[in-house]
Structures are given as C-alpha cells and as structure tokens.
Design a protein around this ligand. Sequence first.
Ligand code: MRU
Length: 365
Amino acid sequence: MKIDGKQYRSVWLSDDKKSIHIFNQERLPYSLEILTLSTMAEAADAIVTMKTRGAPLIGVVGAYGLAFAISEDTSDRHIEDSYKVLVETRPTAINLKWALQRLKQAVLNVPEISRKELAFKVCADIADEDVELCKNIGIHGLELIKQIAAAKPEGETVNIMTHCNAGWLATVDWGTALAPIYMAYNEGIDVHVWVDETRPRNQGTLTAFELGKHGVKHTLIADNAGGHLMQHGEVDMVIVGTDRVTANGDVCNKIGTYLKALAAKENRVPFYVALPSPTIDPEVADGVKEIPIEQRAGQEQSHVQGITELGKRGIVNTAPEGTRCANYAFDVTPAELVTGLITERGFCDANRQSIKKMFPELLSS
Ligand code: MRU
C-alpha cells in the first residue's frame, strides 16, 4: 500500500533485523506515527492496547513477539511461557494462536542453537504468505464485483458496504474485505464504499483513511445506517473480514457485523465474508456457543477521541459520570446468513461440506 507516494507494509523488519516497525493505529487516522518493537513485552502491549490490530496482523506481530523472546532465551521453558503470555493478549482472533503455534512447533523441533534464526525466518514467511493470501482473496473477490457491475445498468456505481477495518492496516498488505475493492478500483470499475464507523473503536475511520489514500470513493456512516441504506437499494453487496470462521461456517467479526447480516438477509443484499485460511478454526463448530468474545474496557464505550479544533488529540466522556458500560468487541454471524466465503482458493459456501472441499487438509471429517 502506498501512503503519500511511499510503499509500506503494516509491519516490517528494521534494518538491524532485531526489531519490527508498525504504524501506531491508536494515532491513525490523525497522525502517521511509526513505532519500533524489539521485545516480547512491547509486542504484547501493542496487541493489547490495539496499537496494532486486525486478525492477520496480530498473528504476525505476535509471532515476532515470540521471536524476540527466543532471541533472549532459547530454552523450551521460556518458549512455552512466552507463548502463553502472547496467546492471551487477545482471545477472539484465531490467527494469533495459529501463528504462535506454527512458530512454536517449528522452533521446538530444532536444536536450541538454530532456534533464533529459524524464528525470524518463520515470522518473515508468515508475513510474506499473508500478502499472497490477501492478494488471491482480492483476485477472487474481484470476480464477484465484476458480476455485480455487469448486472447493473451501464455507468452505475457498485455500492459496497463494509464493517470495521479489514484492509491493509489489518493485514500485512492488501487486506481481506478491501482487497477485492482495491483491485476493482485498479481495473477501472466504478466502486463506492459505505464505511460503517464501527463504534466504539472507530475502525471505520481507518478504513476511510486507507480508501482515501488509494483514491476509492467512500462515505463514512453511523453503524445504525446500514439497514436504512439496504432498504432503499443503496447497497449492492456487503463484504466484511473476519476474526474466526468455524468448521460449520459461522463467522465471528467485529461487533455489529451480525446486525448487518440480518439486515442484508431481510433486504436480499448478498453478504460476503473474505478470509485467509488461517482464520478458519477447525476445532470449533458452533461459533455462538464456543468462540470466546473479547470484552474490553468500558471506557472505550463511554469516551470518544478525536482531534480538537486546535489540532490536539483529545478524549471526552460522552456518558454521565459513573455509567456502567459493556464493551463486547465481537459477535458471531450464523452461517445461514452468509452468502459466501471469499478465500485465497476461491469461493465456498459457509458450511462444513463446502469448507472441507476447499480446504481438505483442515477438516478431517
Ligand atoms: O478489534 P480489531 O480492530 O482487531 O478487529 C478487527 C476486525 O474485526 C476485522 O474486521 C477482522 O480482523 C478482519 S481482518 C482483516
């Protein structure tokens, strides 16, 4: 992704190869601040505080966190202890556990002397693979957008709704839900994106930032506007990302996704979910019952942050002092509300049979 003419990934290795750089997503979209992480504690803190976020990206940053731990102490015990710290930083997105397990298994299989070098190589592989996975999601999703464009009267804009941020800021590059949109724009298709604000953490402003940098037309809307727009024929399709897809095709994503899926079903708007295969959790069948839903601090709900007229970052309380707040970060959309899954290998239906056919190595029965 390019920002002001410069090519970036969302995480990259420093020149000395001992630390990584990330964008401080707590400061975006107001300022582009680059952070350096060089210890496991720094990586864990960046994930917990959402300086870095998005399912695939926290997988990569978490893996580098484990690599930093391994570079200090290569023993089995230290690796296991560090794994536990990192895997608990955020509970819902399965990509974090997937990446940490992949790295842990790889290093525990080799003598201690080789572990440090291998750890950094595995992290780089996971990051590079994520770029390829997202690119392929984009290529397949583009076909869908083309079909929708072809079915519309010539010259009409394709209106796509998205929730949260599932763009390059949530992955290493391209994004999941936004990859097909970027590719459609690059091919000259007239696309416009309805961007849900996504309270309370306002990931929609990150989506608006990304789309704006790429030149894609978009409109930021309140989360509650989705149903109204669908009712009035203003949405041709919905594409969202996901933090975990179960073996049966239930989709866990940012809080509010479920309501968009219900509105889409009621209004016959196709509801697609874009995901790389590390987001599939073969061990979970029923998403509503089994996926742990992260609950974050109530202050994220009661307070809003932004830039004051004087250009300073400010945080204000919008609720009566002492109001009890609940801050559920994710919800689960049952498979029957999902029109289809867009994966790096193509489309499949949101059900066990179809997922198994697409990814036989993940589901054995
Ligand atoms: O809490 P966040 O900002 O990490 O949640 C991110 C999302 O829910 C994304 O939509 C999801 O990770 C899709 S990933 C490209």
